[in-house]
Design a protein around this ligand. Structure first.
Ligand code: ABU
Length: 460
């Protein structure tokens, strides 16, 4: 083991240098990957030196999501104290289903859940868990909603036509989860949004009334706190009123933007969250923790238990249900995703997590201001979002992002809202500073300037 940890340190030292010197790795065409690196598995053991060289090559050719030129997804950067927690969780290798096997790690998870419930306003009635990702958080919410609507369904199934509501700008997990639950993709109603990508409550109510008239069974509304493309926040209070009127479960998917609960300045974006039946947030997004660190909370702790508990004599043998977290989780074997968030939070304190969040909004404002001051840019996104959506000189966003990726310049993606396609630049890496944001724009402009492929013929 000690030798392997030495290899780990050697490779990580090289990676940290490489991230600085070459923030974007050399592009390897997917079809040529297996020619470039020998990933095959054989009967015979490898020579140790050869293995180490190969492993180093593999690590150093992998996309660098913690570098200062990675803006491709809704995560980025690296917080040392969180990485420390994750490495220790791997060393411990507990499973979080029982206190007997997880011991104090169960307390770590419960401590985070309790604190978040307090921050959200669920108080002592609330509870939650760490699912394997944001999509699974949303699935758990939908399952609780179904069971709250009709507890018999989990025993007997149903022939009712259950209906789900979510906005046209929401994450793809909602229709996918509806399909997995047997509700059916066609029974998801996509509610219209306003021009800023926020769900329109009046349209939601119209759709609910139509379904009721048709004899269908509405049971679940999903709102988004930080839509995947524009980063928009749906307004909770009017939708909460509608959900209460029709007795529907309200879930707020804050996978991307839910981290604002840490910020006095931006918490208003979640105004009314205490009225929602459940809420999810990914600490691996705004809160700087390594993937994955997804959390789902509900104000109905008994419902969480009723929907997910199952007896298993061979597993639950000591300590009672409160500390046997398998009774409220989706998975059986479950990795310890709590420790990395706890090591970060415990070491830097809540006020620093707040600074991380506020800094991301500050960087977003830097980017928007740059765009507004430079006429070659068109801005498509709005304030109070850390997704900055824009086009440069009318160049096709897909073409530009793909070329910058293939030529190892910048990792940034593109998105669409209604008829517009644009670059989606995400300022979620709170390790970045103003100069890193300005550097992004100057690199992009220099790339366009020297690119043969992007010559005026491809300009729209
Ligand atoms: N839920 C992850 C969304 C991925 C992305 O749009 O970057």
């Amino acid at each position: 083991m000690k030798g392997d940890l030495k290899i780990f340190n050697t490779i990580v030292d090289k990676l940290l240098i490489a991230e600085k010197e070459t923030p974007v790795v050399e592009y390897i065409e997917a079809a040529k990957l297996h020619d470039r690196i020998d990933l095959s598995l054989s009967n015979e053991a490898m020579k140790e030196d050869d293995f180490q060289d190969l492993l180093e090559d593999l690590i150093l050719t992998t996309p660098r999501t913690s570098s200062k030129l990675f803006f491709n997804q809704l995560f980025g950067g690296r917080k040392g104290k969180a990485v420390l927690g994750d490495l220790l969780a791997v060393m411990l290798n507990n499973s979080m289903y029982t206190y007997k096997v997880g011991g104090p790690q169960v307390g770590v998870e419960k401590s985070i859940i309790n604190k978040l419930c307090e921050m959200v306003g669920y108080g002592k009635e609330g509870n939650g868990t760490f699912p394997s990702g944001g999509s699974m958080s949303n699935l758990m919410a939908m399952i609780m909603a179904r069971d709250a609507h009709d507890p018999k369904i989990k025993l007997e199934g149903t022939s009712k036509k259950l209906i789900v509501y979510t906005s046209k700008a929401s994450h793809y997990s909602t229709p996918k989860n509806a399909a997995m639950m047997g509700i059916g993709r066609n029974n998801v109603r996509f509610v219209n949004t306003n021009s800023e990508g926020e769900l329109l409550p009046d349209h939601l109510e119209e759709l609910i009334l139509t379904d009721l008239e048709m004899g269908n069974t509405p049971f679940y509304v999903n709102l988004t706190a930080g839509t995947t493309v524009l980063g928009a926040y749906d307004s909770i209070p009017p939708v909460s009123t509608i959900c209460k009127r029709y007795n529907l479960w309200l879930h707020v998917d804050g996978a991307y933007g839910g981290g604002v609960i840490f910020s006095k300045k931006y918490k208003h974006l979640l105004k009314g969250i205490e009225e929602a039946d459940s809420f999810s947030v990914n600490a691996h997004k705004m809160l700087g923790t390594p993937l994955t660190c997804s959390i789902v909370l509900t104000k109905h702790s008994q419902q969480l238990y009723d929907s997910f508990s199952n007896d298993a004599e061979y597993l639950y043998q000591t300590d009672g249900d409160d500390y046997n977290l398998g009774k409220i989780s989706m998975q059986c074997g479950r990795r310890n995703d709590a420790l990395k968030f706890w090591t970060l939070w415990k070491s830097v304190g809540t006020e620093t997590l707040e600074k991380y969040v506020d800094h991301q909004f500050y960087l977003a404002e830097v980017a928007r201001e740059y765009i507004r001051n430079h006429p070659d840019y068109t801005l498509y996104s709005f304030d109070d979002s850390i997704s900055i959506c824009f086009n440069y000189k009318g160049i096709d966003a897909n073409e530009l992002c793909t070329l910058m990726y293939e030529e190892s310049e910048i990792m940034v993606g593109f998105g669409k809202f209604r008829d517009d396609e644009f670059i989606r630049f995400v300022t979620i890496n709170s390790e970045n500073e103003k100069e890193d944001i300005l550097n992004f724009f100057s690199k992009l402009e220099a790339f366009v300037e020297q690119s043969v492929q992007l010559a005026p013929t491809s300009l729209t």
